[in-house]
Design a protein around this ligand. Structure first.
Ligand SMILES: NC(=O)c1ccc[n+]([C@@H]2O[C@H](COP(=O)([O-])OP(=O)(O)OC[C@H]3O[C@@H](n4cnc5c(N)ncnc54)[C@H](O)[C@@H]3O)[C@@H](O)[C@H]2O)c1
Length: 287
């Protein structure tokens, strides 16, 4: 005789807390990333800082603020701790270079030592380059940009995947978000180093989503269009920014918080069935 407790769980069953009651869901009244421990690289820059703030506003338990300069990380964390809306979250300020494996290993270890888990990793650190035709572009520049924007993403995914232990009973608890670019979706002449690094980041996100899915780890790619951050302001003239803005159907560039809100969705269990996505946030640039 078969004992019902010996029957393996039906993998196609809805989660236990699924409700057909049309007036409530398991998400009612819940902060969107309540209790999550998050690591954000490039966290004192435009999109990174907005992401840290949104994760904290939506109930993250802890956020590791990772960037190149310790003093910048410290002063950002100090501000966050004084904020009324972010002050409930604990922060760790860590200087790290995403191109150095020992640094990346160290930030995930620091998170594990402090909180015993990592739920969300945002591979956001990135750097840009001047516009240059292919006959002028150099191997040195190709290597430099690709090292940060693709090797950095590789190391972040690798070490996040090493420590993440999602609870298989709770869908959507482990999420890695890769920040690529619209230049990782369509041709970007004059931006060879940047564009190749962003196509590589996209490939890393998609391949690791396929590998890590069975372990319950989701990996998704965000492809921002022009977003008003130090990277964009420093890289392009006002005339070029105007030209980019006018080419978008929404006729404007993004505020960093608009990219952060997309990252927040992918970090939260609201996106629990989303993995391997190519999420373009660009005012319609790639239509
Ligand atoms: N701003 C845009 O228009 C735009 C568009 C598409 C994609 N992106 C991507 O979004 C991400 C964030 O860019 P942003 O616009 O906020 O730029 P930003 O310059 O404001 O922030 C980038 C951050 O990454 C950090 N960083 C750079 N190299 C690093 C390294 N080796 N190790 C650790 N940190 C490092 C910088 O110190 C900086 O704080 C980048 O990956 C960028 O390529 C930006």
């Amino acid at each position: 005789m078969v004992n019902p407790s010996d029957t393996p769980p039906d993998p196609y069953a809805f989660p236990k807390d699924y409700t057909s009651d049309p007036v409530t869901t398991p998400y009612a009244g819940k902060k969107r990333v309540a209790n999550a421990v998050c690591v954000v690289t490039g966290a004192t820059g435009g999109i990174g800082a907005a992401t840290v703030v949104r994760l904290a506003e939506e109930g993250a338990k802890g956020v590791v603020v990772v960037d190149l300069d310790q003093a910048k990380c410290d002063s950002f964390v100090e501000k966050l701790q004084q904020s009324k809306t972010c002050g409930q979250t604990q922060f760790l300020a860590r200087a790290a270079d995403v191109t150095k494996e020992e640094d990346i290993e160290g930030i995930f270890k620091a998170a594990m030592d402090k909180w015993g888990k990592v739920d969300v990793a945002v591979a956001n650190a990135g750097t840009g380059t001047a516009l240059r035709g292919i006959t002028e572009e150099t191997v040195e520049n190709m290597e430099k940009i690709n090292r940060v924007n693709s090797i950095g993403v590789f190391l972040t995914i690798k070490h996040a995947a090493k420590v993440m232990r999602p609870d298989p009973k709770v869908p959507g608890t482990a999420s890695i978000i890769v920040i690529s670019s619209t230049t990782g979706l369509f041709p970007a002449p004059l931006l060879y180093p940047y564009s190749t690094s962003k196509w590589a980041a996209r490939g890393l996100g998609l391949s690791s989503a396929a590998e890590l899915g069975p372990r319950g780890i989701r990996v998704n790619n965000v492809h921002p269009g022009g977003t008003m951050t130090p990277l964009l302001r420093g890289g392009f003239s006002t005339e070029t920014l105007e030209r980019i803005r006018k080419s978008y159907p929404l006729r404007r560039l993004a505020n960093p918080v608009e990219i952060a809100n997309t990252i927040l969705f992918l970090a939260s269990d609201e996106s629990s069935f989303v993995t391997g996505a190519t999420l373009e946030v660009s005012g319609g640039a790639c239509m």
